[in-house]
Design a protein around this ligand. Structure first.
Ligand code: C2E
Ligand code: MG
Ligand code: MG
Length: 396
C-alpha cells in the first residue's frame, strides 16, 4: 500500500449509507485515514471550516442537492478539491462538472457509480495537479498596470517557459511551445493572464509579442546550434496579425536569429479569428508561403466556421484541453475530441492534443490517432535550462 495520499483529508457527502461506507473503505485501503462522512449537505456545510483537501460529493441528495452544495463550495475562500459522484447518466455528470468549474470550484473530475479503485486513484492523482493549477490562477488574477508592463518589457521582466510537444506514439520530442511568464521587481512570478489582457486593451500587445518572439527565436537559434531540430511554437494574438508590418517583422526576427521558418509555428486562437478575416487571412497566407507553420489553438472552444477552417492555411489543429483531459470518462468531450482529430486527418494537417494529464488521456490520444501531445503527463512548462536537462535525460 502506498502512502502517497496519506496526508489527504477527505470529506464524503452522500445520502446513501452504503455508498458512504464503500467509498470510505476504498479510501482507507488507499492509505487515507483522515476521513469525514456526512449524509446531507447541511451537515457537511457545518463541517467545511475543518479545512478539507478534497470533497467527494454525491449530486443526488434529497435535502440539499449537489448543485446547491457546489454554490457553497464556490463561496469559500479556501476551496477544497472536488470529485463529483453520481448514479445519473454521464452526460449530466459532465454538465455538473462544467458548471462547478464555471463557478470557480476546484473540480478534479467526476465518477459515475459504482465507484471503483481505478477510477478513484486516477482522480486522486489529479488532486495535486489541480492544486498547483489553482495556485497559478490566483496569481493570474492579479493584473499588472499598463505602466508596469511598459517598463517591464525593457527591464527584462519577461520570461519564457517551454512545454514539450511529443510524438503521441514514440514520445519523441518534436518541439516546444513558448509560454509567457512575468517576474515583477519584487520577485512575484505571474502567468500570461496578468499581462496579456492588459496589453490587448492598451497599445502594448505589439511590443510584448515582439519581445516574446525574438526571445523565443534566440532560444531556437541556441538549440539549433547545439544540433537539435526542435520546433518552437509561439502564441499570437489577432491584434498582432492585423498589423500591416507583421510579416516583415517576423521575417526580420528569424533572419537575425538565423533560424529557418520551417522550425517556427505560430499559434492563433480560434475564437478570435472571426474578428477581422481579410487582413489576418492575408498575413497568415503570406507567412505560410514563407514556410512558417500555422496552428489553430484551443480548437473546439471558439465559434469559427468550418468554412474558415478551410480558408485559412493551417498546418496544425490544436485541440483544447477541455476535450482532452479526462475525456475517456466524458462522452461528449470525447465526441468533440474524436471528431476534431478526424477533421484534422481529413484536412491533411497534424493534430495536437493539449492537456494530456494522465496515462488514460495518453491512451485515448493514441487510440484516436492524434499526432502530437502536449500536457502535464509529459511535462509542465519549464525554464530553458530545465527544458534542456529534461530533453537530454529522457533518451527519446
Ligand atoms: P495556450 O496557448 O492554449 O497554452 C496552453 C496552456 O495550457 C498553458 O497555460 C499550459 O501551461 C497549459 N497546460 C498545458 N498542459 C496542461 C495540462 O496537462 N493540464 C492543464 N491543466 N494545463 C495544461 P499558460 O502558460 O498559463 O498559458 C495560458 C494561455 O495564455 C495560453 O494558452 C495562451 O493563449 C496565452 N499565452 C501564453 N503565452 C503567450 C504569449 O506569449 N502571447 C500570447 N498572445 N498569448 C500567450
Ligand atoms: Mg498556444
Ligand atoms: Mg491552447
Amino acid at each position: 500500500m502506498s502512502d502517497q495520499w496519506s496526508a489527504l483529508r477527505v470529506l464524503i457527502v452522500d445520502d446513501d449509507v452504503f455508498q458512504r461506507s464503500v467509498v470510505s473503505k476504498l479510501l482507507q485501503l488507499l492509505g487515507i485515514s483522515q476521513l469525514g462522512a456526512e449524509g446531507d449537505g447541511y451537515a457537511a456545510e457545518a463541517r467545511l471550516a475543518e479545512g478539507w483537501d478534497l470533497v467527494i460529493l454525491d449530486l443526488n441528495m434529497p435535502e440539499m442537492d449537489g448543485i446547491e452544495f457546489l454554490n457553497i463550495l464556490a463561496s469559500l475562500d479556501e476551496k477544497p478539491a472536488l470529485i463529483l459522484f453520481s448514479g445519473e447518466d454521464q452526460r449530466l455528470l459532465e454538465v455538473a462538472e462544467d458548471l462547478a468549474r464555471d463557478l470557480g470550484v476546484n473540480v478534479v473530475g467526476a465518477i459515475s457509480k459504482p465507484i471503483d479503485r481505478d477510477k478513484i486513484t486516477s482522480l486522486l492523482d489529479r488532486v495535486e495537479i489541480k492544486t498547483a493549477e489553482i495556485a497559478q490562477v490566483f496569481q493570474v488574477q492579479d493584473e499588472l498596470s499598463e505602466a508596469e508592463i511598459r517598463e517591464g518589457i525593457g527591464a527584462g521582466a519577461l520570461r519564457l517557459v517551454y512545454q514539450p510537444k511529443v510524438d503521441a506514439l514514440s514520445l519523441d520530442l518534436i518541439g516546444a511551445e513558448a509560454l509567457l511568464r512575468w517576474e515583477t521587481p519584487d520577485g512575484r512570478k505571474l502567468g500570461p493572464g496578468a499581462v496579456i489582457p492588459v496589453a490587448e486593451r492598451s497599445d502594448l500587445m505589439q511590443a510584448l509579442t515582439r519581445a516574446v518572439f525574438s526571445k523565443a527565436m534566440s532560444q531556437l537559434s541556441d538549440w539549433q546550434r547545439a544540433g537539435h531540430r526542435w520546433k518552437v511554437s509561439c502564441n499570437f494574438s489577432i491584434t498582432d496579425l492585423m498589423q500591416p508590418e507583421v510579416v516583415a517583422d517576423l521575417e526580420r526576427t528569424i533572419s537575425v536569429a538565423q533560424v529557418p521558418a520551417e522550425l517556427v509555428i505560430l499559434e492563433v486562437t480560434e475564437s478570435k479569428i472571426a474578428e477581422d478575416v481579410s487582413s489576418v487571412l492575408s498575413a497568415l497566407t503570406r507567412l505560410r508561403l514563407k514556410g512558417f507553420g500555422i496552428s489553430i489553438d484551443d480548437f473546439g472552444t471558439g465559434f469559427s466556421s468550418m468554412e474558415q477552417l478551410r480558408k485559412f492555411p493551417f498546418t496544425e489543429l490544436k485541440i483544447d484541453r477541455a476535450f482532452v483531459a479526462g475525456a475517456q470518462e466524458k462522452p461528449s468531450a470525447r465526441a468533440i475530441f474524436e471528431s476534431s482529430v478526424n477533421l484534422a486527418k481529413l484536412l491533411g494537417i497534424s493534430s495536437v492534443a493539449e492537456g494530456a494529464e494522465d496515462a488514460q488521456d495518453l491512451a485515448l490520444c493514441r487510440e484516436l490517432g492524434v499526432d502530437l501531445i502536449q500536457g502535464y503527463y509529459i511535462a509542465k512548462p519549464m525554464a530553458p535550462e530545465e527544458f534542456l536537462a529534461w530533453a537530454l535525460n529522457r533518451g527519446h
